[in-house]
Design a protein around this ligand. Structure first.
Ligand code: FJE
Ligand code: FE
Length: 366
């Protein structure tokens, strides 16, 4: 009996209560509904993104009670750093199973780095067909997918469809609810980064929205051997058109051997770097170089400094964001402020309400 039939035949309040209290907590295997399609053969699912409900309170490496002004006004234009941020944590992301047959290197979102307010998860994904991330929901945050190699096709329950190519970015504000599939668009390994950014309590239930930037539309800048692709925020006097509801900066830097970067980051923001390729020296010029697949968390300060003293190019993503300083209660792809709101999200998803209406009859084509 499917969800629709349950709803039609026994749609009483009592059934609803039994359904949400007793059945929902064990619904993890139903997250990727497509795996039960009779026409496709999909590998076994291991859903480590559906753990216990974990309440989190201001657990970032650093937090501040200062509130910032408007979204885009606070980035300093001068590159003078007076108080460089030091490395406070470093984490090597190791391959793990995710989605259906897919592999990800997770850094933020692992037990060692549960979250870094406002960031909830960072996955470097490597996926070959038929693996992928079939039909699944989101509520309460944004996902930012940045393609590094190959292509990924996205389809959602509102008819939104698209394929992102290398260098393209999809900035998806799930808000009150999205159900979608994210699958490799071609043969072989497709690689990228997916970042989850939390939304403040006032924004969690907004209408879903997409901002899609093709590689050719991403602002690029270069200065003294440092090349940057600006996905969000501002660097070297250039700015991205992306609107970040939770104030965020996201850069893809390539530093040539012998070059040095200084970049201001608003004082009370949290920030981290993720090394895509090569090795670099972060924070203190005399520290040991850090290699690819490491996530580097910065402490407080007014900006970052990075040196490339190796013989080959260093490429890393640099991300910063204004902490929300709100309670975080996460249950897999639902991220809210309270347990009651998580229960509500699960109920809405299963009953097809409050933004999940179209979930009832939709299935992706892939
Ligand atoms: C998932 C909820 C999810 N990492 N990296 C639960 F949203 C996902 C999920 C992803 C994902 C998708 C892409 Cl394209 C890249 C990702 C998690 O879709 F895997 C689980 N278990
Ligand atoms: Fe998703």
């Amino acid at each position: 009996m499917n969800r629709r039939e349950i709803k039609n035949e026994k749609g009483t309040e009592m059934m609803r209560a039994i359904y949400t209290r007793l059945l929902l907590p064990s619904f993890c295997p139903l997250l990727f509904r497509n795996q039960f399609k009779p026409t496709t053969t999909k590998p076994h699912i291991k859903s480590s993104l559906f753990p216990q409900i974990i309440p989190q309170f201001k657990n970032s490496a650093m937090s501040s009670s200062t509130t910032m002004g408007d979204n885009h006004g606070e980035v300093k234009t001068s590159d003078q750093i007076k108080n460089p941020r030091q490395v406070v944590k470093m984490l090597l992301s190791e391959l793990q199973d995710e989605g259906v047959g897919a592999k990800v290197r997770r850094s933020i979102g692992r037990p060692e780095l549960r979250s870094l307010d406002p960031f909830l998860l960072l996955d470097e994904f490597q996926v070959s067909p038929p693996a992928g991330f079939p039909d699944h929901p989101h509520r309460g945050f944004e996902t930012v997918t940045y393609m590094l190699e190959g292509a990924f096709t996205h389809q959602d329950f509102a008819g939104h469809k698209g394929t992102i190519q290398p260098g393209d970015v999809q900035w998806m504000t799930a808000g009150r609810g999205i159900v979608h599939s994210e699958m490799p668009a071609g043969p072989g390994v497709q690689k990228g980064l997916q970042l989850w950014i939390n939304l403040s309590s006032k924004d969690k239930m907004i209408e879903p929205r997409y901002q899609e930037l093709q590689s050719k539309d991403i602002t690029e800048a270069e200065k003294d051997g440092v090349f940057v692709r600006i996905i969000a925020g501002e660097a070297f006097g250039a700015r991205s058109p992306v609107y970040t509801r939770t104030p965020t900066l996201y850069m893809d830097f390539t530093i040539q051997p012998g070059s040095h970067l200084q970049l201001p980051i608003p004082e009370n923001w949290n920030s981290f770097a993720y090394i895509i390729e090569g090795e670099g020296i972060f924070g203190n010029e005399n520290s040991a170089p850090i290699k690819s697949h490491h996530c580097i968390v910065f402490g407080s300060g007014d900006g970052i400094e990075v040196w490339n003293k190796s013989g080959s190019a260093l490429r890393f993503a640099l991300v910063g964001g204004q902490p929300l300083n709100e309670p975080v209660v996460q249950h897999g792809p639902f991220v809210m402020n309270t347990r009651a709101e998580i229960r509500q999200a699960m109920e809405d998803y299963y009953m097809g309400r409050n933004g999940f209406e179209r979930a009832q009859h939709w299935q992706s084509e892939q």
